[in-house]
Design a protein around this ligand. Structure first.
Ligand code: ZN
Length: 468
């Protein structure tokens, strides 16, 4: 028998539960097997909501009124560009659109172990004159100290606080008065306003909204670290993307040394910028001239190796494509691309077979983009085709030649975007010739270049020219 007394009744009335899709944050009053919003199965989890307080946040209500509830004349509002804080890290400044905007909420997402903590620890330590509060729910003070020592950098204005409760975080903020706050990670934070566990959709959203309020009122920039798992099942940054000002994605293979910091959302700048880093024993090194490291050092031309051009963000990059073609010993031949789209490789092989007469049917084909990066730019098609045939025929291609053209289904070479900046990058890196599509012609001012530009309409013509 259950006796509901007057007092317990009022407690019951206060709390309310709701079901949240842990993948996209969709809220439902009852449990659902399939999420109507994102279509995932079995992602609904019941979360307790402290109803009475749910519209209150830890960050003080009173100050909201004094600071934000006032209309301002447009002419009284400062232009943001003038007040951006410049990080010592040039790549970070670039992806943020020219520096850190005061009061901005920046989410740095990525898979665990990719180096998000290292990146933000390093950024914080480099801001010597600014007070930085690094809140960690992931590691102990000693671990962070050891990590900072490995980075070989120290700052008197850098504060570490290991805490997961937002109330305590805001108390520390009031005491330290930081110029920048880093939260490592948003999944470990917990607000007293909700009863659900840290890392659940409800908590992640609540903590983010408290931090956003704090950032906007005090004009203090806040960086949030958010983990993404490959299956996307963890209460993830996806839910937060619409709440924050800027989303940066930290990518790369954790076994390889290169990392790319990519803007996927930015209220204060363009989303087409990327930053490139190299992970070293003592931290992340900015790579300001990425082409040089993506092209391996070699003494002379090798068969199966070609250089293609791609555009990452707004920057042209020269990348190395390596192919290995060998007769398939038995059964279905293997097609194994790394850093290159599988379907695209199959398409190019079909074009080589059908339009150019190469017998690809009984060949194993391995194609690799050097440096562990992934390229989706179709402008590397021509370089990929040449690389495959170069390996199959065992004829090396001169290491002074590079390529920039898309290959169409009839074996034609198609024009690519920003061809001039690709040519200029090739010239800068000491290439002597670049092969492009003849349909790029009209848009090019050839007088600009010292490098030889050869243009062709068909893939066959390029083979004729290179291999005779
Ligand atoms: Zn969903």
């Amino acid at each position: 028998m259950i006796i509901v007394t007057k007092s317990s009744k009022s407690i019951l009335a206060k709390s309310k539960t709701s079901f949240f899709c842990q993948s996209c944050g969709y809220e439902s009053a009852k449990w659902l097997g399939k999420c109507p919003s994102c279509g995932s199965w079995n992602t609904f989890v019941e979360e307790l909501i402290a109803k009475e307080e749910s519209n209150k946040t830890e960050w003080r209500q009173e100050s909201v009124r004094s600071k934000t509830l006032k209309a301002k004349a447009l002419s009284d509002i400062e232009t943001l560009d003038d007040v951006r804080l410049s990080a010592a890290d040039g790549e970070l400044n670039r992806v943020l659109g020219g520096g850190i905007v005061p009061g901005s909420l920046v989410l740095v997402g990525g898979e665990p172990g990719i180096g998000k903590s290292t990146l933000l620890l390093q950024v914080g330590l480099q801001l010597k004159t600014m007070r930085v509060l690094y809140v960690s729910g992931e590691e102990s003070e000693q671990q962070i100290k050891m990590r900072a020592e490995r980075l070989g950098s120290t700052s008197e204005n850098f504060f570490i606080f290991t805490e997961t409760n937002t109330k305590n975080v805001f108390l520390a903020i009031e005491e330290i008065k930081p110029d920048l706050v880093v939260i490592d990670s948003i999944q470990t934070l917990q607000s007293n306003q909700l009863d659900s566990a840290a890392g659940s959709i409800g908590q992640v959203r609540q903590c983010t909204s408290e931090l956003m309020k704090f950032a906007k009122e005090t004009e203090t920039p806040v960086f949030l670290i958010g983990h993404i798992t490959k299956d996307g099942l963890l209460a993830g940054p996806k839910v937060l993307e619409h709440m924050v000002d800027t989303v940066l994605q930290f990518e790369g293979d954790r076994h390889l040394t290169y990392r790319i910091l990519r803007t996927t959302k930015n209220r204060f700048g363009s989303t087409s910028e990327i930053g490139i880093y190299e992970m070293l024993g003592n931290g992340l090194r900015e790579v300001s001239n990425p082409s040089e490291i993506l092209i391996s050092q070699r003494d002379g031309p090798l068969s199966g190796v070609t250089i293609g051009t791609t555009i990452e963000g707004n920057r042209p990059l020269l990348i190395e494509i390596q192919s290995l073609v060998s007769p398939a010993s038995y059964g279905t031949p293997q097609r194994t691309p790394t850093g290159f789209d599988h379907k695209r490789l199959n398409m190019l092989l079909a074009v080589l077979e059908k339009r150019c007469g190469f017998k690809m049917g009984m060949q194993d084909v391995f194609l690799n983009i050097a440096g562990g990066i992934r390229v989706e730019d179709p402008a590397i098609d021509l370089a990929a085709c040449i690389s495959i045939i170069s390996s199959m025929e065992e004829i090396p291609v001169s290491d002074k030649i590079c390529f920039a053209a898309e290959v169409g289904l009839s074996g034609e070479l198609r024009a690519v975007n920003k061809v001039e900046s690709r040519i200029l990058e090739a010239e800068k890196l000491g290439f002597e010739e670049i092969y492009i599509s003849k349909y790029s012609h009209k848009s090019i001012d050839f007088k600009k270049f010292k490098i030889g530009v050869k243009s062709f309409g068909q893939l066959n013509e390029v083979f004729q020219d290179l291999f005779g």
